[in-house]
Design a protein. Structure first.
Ligand code: C2E
Ligand code: MG
Ligand code: MG
Ligand code: MG
Length: 286
């Protein structure tokens, strides 16, 4: 009796695994056509300074599939990386971001900061990555300082000399670079000193702990490391006034999170820009 139960369960388990694999393949197939079918969309999440003035916005990709509905990038970006689709998707996101900046300038939209674009490790690893980025910006004729790149440790540590060369080339051109999800990877300190970066992004997992107790050793360390290495520090996933106040007291420079604004469509972001059009309060900048 026990044996037949076991077999029964095994069959159900095997069946569901098969279904999961089939679902993945269907999703990969759908993702392949997502650009051509205009199912991908850029969303924008504001990044603000301590006084609430605009610093820029992060570009966050959205997929609205007629088959699967809304699919989170935490699900489809890994799929795109497995299939190599990340290269065409990444190129599309970057060009589309440049296109938005160009249009906003043409239409006198009060966009003063930069768009910060996420770059997958797979994109960064391509030999022509830096050249491609620079060429795309030059072709559009927009200021390099109106874009920024967000890279993760995973992408940077594979070949450190190569990473340093690419980052230097991109920064010399005038594009700033942020290290995303800082503190969540394996190694953090040793290489940080050698990499040419401009900003550190504190991961949301550390921000979540702020406000739960008076003690926040990791966030405190990240901010002080950033400051002592002359990197600007961005906190991501700030959800409460309490967290915002705590970060300000610790000397965090830039803030991003639902407390300020959620990621939004281009129309909503443009409306946001009109209501956040004041100049930064110089007295509050350090
Ligand atoms: P990320 O780059 O670390 O982006 C931050 C994520 O935190 C975004 O999730 C954002 O919506 C979310 N977030 C921001 N503030 C808050 C908050 O206050 N509360 C909560 N609960 N969440 C907040 P999203 O949009 O789902 O993106 C997830 C990840 O997918 C991104 O993490 C990034 O790694 C990846 N991703 C998104 N767009 C792209 C893209 O165009 N290219 C690549 N390569 N990756 C992308
Ligand atoms: Mg990011
Ligand atoms: Mg992040
Ligand atoms: Mg993150």
């Amino acid at each position: 009796k026990a044996k037949s139960n076991g077999r029964g369960r095994y069959t159900v388990y095997e069946h569901s695994l098969e279904k999961v694999a089939q679902e993945r393949m269907k999703m990969q197939q759908a993702l392949k056509n997502a650009i051509a079918n205009e199912e991908l969309l850029l969303f924008f999440q504001p990044q603000v300074r301590q006084d609430g003035s605009q610093f820029g916005a992060e570009v966050l990709l959205r997929w609205f599939s007629p088959i699967f509905g809304f699919v989170s990038p935490t699900k489809f970006i890994p799929l795109a990386e497995e299939t190599g689709l990340i290269h065409s998707i990444g190129e599309w996101v970057f060009n589309q971001s440049l296109h938005c900046i160009e249009q906003w300038q043409k239409n006198s939209i009060p966009f003063k900061g930069h768009l910060s674009v996420n770059v997958s490790a797979w994109q960064f690893a391509l030999p022509a990555f830096a050249d491609d980025i620079i060429r795309a910006v030059n072709n559009k004729g927009i200021k390099p300082s109106s874009v920024m790149l967000e890279v993760t440790e995973t992408g940077l540590l594979i070949d450190i000399p190569d990473t340093i060369q690419k980052l230097s080339q991109i920064r010399k051109f005038g594009i700033e670079i942020a290290l995303d999800d800082f503190g969540t990877g394996y190694s953090s300190m040793a290489y940080l000193r050698d990499l040419p970066l401009d900003l550190l992004k504190i991961d949301k997992t550390f921000i979540d702990e702020l406000g739960k107790s008076d003690h926040s050793p990791i966030t405190e360390s990240i901010i002080s490391i950033g400051r002592s290495m002359h990197l600007s520090v961005i906190a991501e996933g700030v959800e409460t006034l309490e967290q915002s106040n705590r970060l300000a007291a610790l000397g965090c420079h830039i803030y991003q999170g639902y407390y300020y604004a959620k990621p939004m469509s281009e129309d909503d972001f443009v409306a946001w820009l009109f209501t956040h059009n004041h100049s930064p309060n110089i007295a509050l900048l350090s």
